[in-house]
Design a protein around this ligand. Structure first.
Ligand code: ADP
Length: 253
C-alpha cells in the first residue's frame, strides 16, 4: 500500500510536470512537422533525402502521439467532474484485489444508489486508496472491510451543514491508541517503521479540505478492535483557486 501510495503521490506531481512539458514541446513539434513537409515537397529533393525525411516524420509522429497522450491523461485525471464515489471505491478495490484475497479479507459494499459529487476524481481516488490501504495494513491476518457510500448531509470544513456524499471505510483490524489517533493526520507520523511514509492521511486530509469536506476517525484497540474513517464531500465544495492549474492547461490547449 505504501508503494502504491508513494506512486500515486509522485504521479500527481509528475503528471503536472509532464503536462507542462508536453505542452511546451507541442509548439516546436508543430514547427518541425511543417518544415519536414516543406522539405518533402521541395522539388530539389533526391530519393535518399526523401527517405530520410520520411523516417524523421514517422519518428516525429511518435513524439507527437506521446505528448498528446500525456495531455489527455492529465486532463482526465485532474479536471473536476461529476464523480460516482461507488465507482471510485470499486476501482480502488480492483487495485488491492490480490492483497485482499491473500490476506483473507472479506469486503462488504454498502453503496446506496450511485452517490455522486462534483470533484477531482483522481484525487478522491487517492483518498480512498490511502484509507483502504491502511485498513488492509491493520488486518494482516484477515478481517472484514466495510465500505459505505451514500448521499446525505454533513459538515463542511467551514462548519456549515450541507448536502453531499458520505463515505466510510471500516475495518476490524488492530485499531489504534488515543495517542496515535490524535496524530494520524500529521505529516510524517507513522507507526509502520520500515514501510510507512506517514503521508497518506496527511495528503488525504489536504484533498478533502480542497473539496471543503471533512474527515473523522473513530478507533478502538480492545475486544473487538477496529477503525472507522468517515469522509464527507459536500456539493459545490471544490474551491475555485485550486483549479487554476487545470484551467490554465485547458485554455492553453
Ligand atoms: P502510513 O500508512 O504511511 O503510516 P498514514 O498517514 O496513512 O501513513 O497513517 C498514519 C498512521 O495512522 C499509521 O502509521 C497508523 O499508525 C495509523 N492508522 C491509519 N489508518 C489506520 C487503521 N485503519 N488502523 C490502524 N491504524 C491506522
Amino acid at each position: 500500500a505504501e508503494e502504491t501510495l508513494r506512486r500515486t503521490e509522485k504521479l500527481a506531481a509528475t503528471g503536472r510536470l509532464a503536462a507542462s512539458i508536453a505542452h511546451e514541446i507541442n509548439n516546436p513539434l508543430e514547427a518541425v512537422t511543417n518544415l519536414l513537409y516543406l522539405l518533402r515537397t521541395h522539388s530539389a529533393i533526391d530519393e535518399t533525402a526523401l527517405s530520410y525525411v520520411s523516417m524523421a516524420q514517422a519518428e516525429l509522429g511518435r513524439v507527437s502521439e506521446i505528448t498528446q497522450q500525456m495531455l489527455r491523461f492529465y486532463r482526465q485525471s485532474t479536471l473536476p467532474r461529476m464523480t460516482d464515489v461507488g465507482q471510485v471505491l470499486e476501482s480502488v478495490l480492483d487495485l488491492y484485489q490480490s492483497r485482499i484475497v491473500a490476506a483473507h479479507v472479506t469486503v462488504a459494499k454498502k453503496f446506496s444508489g450511485s452517490p455522486g459529487v462534483f470533484g477531482l476524481s483522481g484525487e478522491m481516488r487517492q483518498v480512498f486508496a490511502n484509507l483502504i490501504g491502511n485498513a488492509l495494513d491493520a488486518m494482516p491476518g484477515g478481517g472484514q472491510l466495510v465500505l459505505r457510500a451514500r448521499r446525505g448531509s454533513g459538515r463542511r470544513s467551514d462548519g456549515v451543514w450541507s448536502e453531499g456524499v458520505r463515505v466510510s471505510v471500516t475495518d476490524n483490524g488492530s485499531g489504534m491508541s488515543r495517542e496515535t489517533m490524535a496524530r494520524v493526520f500529521e505529516a510524517f507520523f507513522t507507526t509502520k517503521q520500515a514501510t510507512g511514509t506517514g503521508l497518506g492521511l496527511w495528503v488525504s486530509e489536504e484533498i478533502i479540505r480542497k473539496h471543503s469536506g471533512s474527515v473523522r476517525v473513530r478507533s478502538r484497540t480492545g475486544m473487538p478492535s477496529g477503525t472507522c474513517f468517515s469522509v464527507f464531500f459536500p456539493d459545490a465544495g471544490l474551491k475555485v483557486d485550486q483549479l487554476e492549474v487545470a484551467d490554465a492547461t485547458v485554455s492553453a490547449g
